[in-house]
Design a protein around this ligand. Structure first.
Ligand SMILES: Nc1ncnc2c1ncn2[C@@H]1O[C@H](COP(=O)(O)OP(=O)(O)O)[C@@H](O)[C@H]1O
Ligand SMILES: N[C@@H](CC(=O)OP(=O)(O)O)C(=O)O
Length: 450
């Protein structure tokens, strides 16, 4: 029994949905089909989720929504009409889109969540109708009926553990269940979404819940590559990797699989297979608990992400000051801000954050409160901060990886602003300026893979 998730690129048009239908028909183990909202059909196109965000913003600001509503409807109309879905099945979908502003929402954050979620909700209904029309014993299953209950965070929800017992009741389904990704409901029955790209998370949750033999994640690349293919032409494909390797790489920018989707897969020990909808015969990449130690390359992958910022603090004799760290962490806690890393020197401390958590106002408040509490000699935020990760289980058995990486970066004239091998034996982390990040990834790739 397999759970199979199709990303937005696999569902962007009726042509793509035809491929999806063939993939589901080709294997009768594929019983749980998780769908994203229609994605980009070509470079420069807009995902339906982004159109819905625009629609929600215009609704909140009482602006004219006619154009965006028609654009969204056209996306579903092209897919439905491409399969001759009867108009009386398409009209309710169009009506739901038009009437989204007329529903009751607790506040604008719930409104935004509900608008976004409808990309997946309506697509799953449409895909179920297409599957049924093609003769498959398929039906739509709402996350509520599936038993998924999430925390009350409208745009970044987490699954509540007790959901798994409910989802387990759907194990061994005879029917093909088409389940929308990306959202579920809180305990009050309000829609909350996962973070962006979160349909991968729904797939992993359902896979753990029904104890699937495999979670197939279909996207638009033949494999997970050792490096983002936007940076290096035809990079080495990764045949197999461990959950830990993928967790570290997706954290630092391998957007092909959501990092939070690994948690249910790890908990349920469900092997994940990332595959290409446009090339389903390719084996793709397996993500599993253990793998054969790679002998060909010492490193499995290299990732980089610019979505970080840092707070630098300097104070002489910081190392002798009892309570210095606690005072800072208390201030962060009071503002509900979490930190990612905290490399320190004798007189210096850098705190690295996910920059999505901070606003200019919050940065000012944190700077003022921390200055008041610990009187640093110097304190400032910088957003010019990228994190690079060099990841591989094989690294723990090899010496000299750090020196090779540092030399490759130095030879490319890249300034390192942070190095952290920290507690993880399977990764090295580098901080670099944003402008150097892409070149640094290429330099590291050439060092370890060419
Ligand atoms: N290391 C990597 N290997 C493969 N793809 C990657 C990697 N890093 C980033 N990507 C990007 O991830 C994309 C697939 O993820 P995504 O856009 O979320 O697809 P989907 O629409 O299927 O959800 C690829 O097209 C590629 O541009
Ligand atoms: N549609 C949502 C969720 C998602 O997972 O999409 P995709 O499969 O296209 O990455 C988003 O754009 O964030």
């Amino acid at each position: 029994m397999k759970v199979i998730k199709f990303g937005g690129s696999s569902l962007a048009s009726s042509t793509q949905l035809q491929k999806v239908l063939s993939i589901v028909q080709a294997d009768d183990q594929r019983k749980y089909v998780i769908v994203s909202a229609p994605g980009k059909r070509f470079a420069g196109d807009t995902k339906v989720t982004d159109l819905l965000i625009q629609y929600a913003r215009q609704t909140i600001h009482h602006q004219d929504t006619a154009a965006v509503v028609e654009t969204i409807i056209d996306r579903y109309a092209e897919i439905g009409r491409g399969f001759d879905v009867p108009e009386d099945q398409l009209t309710p979908i169009f009506d739901i889109i038009r009437h989204l502003p007329n529903q009751a929402y607790a506040d604008n954050t719930y409104l935004m969540a509900a608008f976004k979620a409808h990309g997946e909700r309506l697509n799953a209904k449409l895909v179920a109708a297409v599957f049924a029309q093609a003769g498959l014993n398929a039906r739509y299953l709402d996350p509520k009926d599936a038993g998924m209950v999430v925390t009350d965070v409208p745009d970044d929800a987490q699954i509540i553990e007790s959901s798994y017992d409910q989802i387990a009741k759907w194990a061994n389904s005879d029917q093909i269940l088409v389940i929308p990704g990306f959202f579920a409901y809180n305990r009050n029955g309000q829609i909350c979404t996962f973070s962006r790209g979160g349909s991968d998370i729904t797939g992993a949750i359902i896979a753990r819940g029904v104890n699937a033999d495999r979670y197939e994640n279909f996207t638009d690349v033949d494999a997970i590559y050792a490096v983002n293919p936007a940076l290096v032409a035809q990079p080495a494909a990764i045949g197999e990797m461990t959950f830990r390797e993928m967790r570290e790489l997706s954290y630092a920018g391998f957007s092909v699989f959501h990092d939070e989707a690994l948690i249910p897969a790890i908990q349920g020990n469900i092997t994940v297979n990332v595959k290409n909808t446009n090339h389903p015969e390719a084996p793709g990449t397996l993500i599993k608990s253990t793998r054969e130690a790679s002998t060909k390359y010492p490193v499995t992958g290299i990732a980089s992400s610019s979505s970080f910022c840092s707070l630098y603090l300097r104070k002489y004799l910081l190392n002798k000051e009892v309570g210095f760290g606690r005072k800072i962490l208390t201030i962060l806690e009071d503002h509900h801000v979490s930190y990612e890393h905290m490399p320190s020197g004798i007189d210096d401390l850098t705190i690295i954050f996910d920059e999505h958590q901070l606003t200019p106002e919050l940065e000012k408040e944190l700077t003022a409160e921390i200055s008041e509490a610990v009187h640093p000699d110097e304190i400032y935020f910088t957003h010019d901060y990228s994190i690079l990760m060099v990841v591989g289980e094989s690294m723990r058995n090899r010496v000299g990886i750090m020196s090779r990486a540092a030399t490759a970066l130095a030879d490319s004239n890249i300034k390192l602003i942070m190095v952290n091998q920290g507690a993880s034996e399977i990764s090295i982390m580098f901080g670099v300026h944003d402008r150097d990040a892409d070149q640094a990834v290429v330099a590291l790739y050439n060092e370890f893979f060419n």
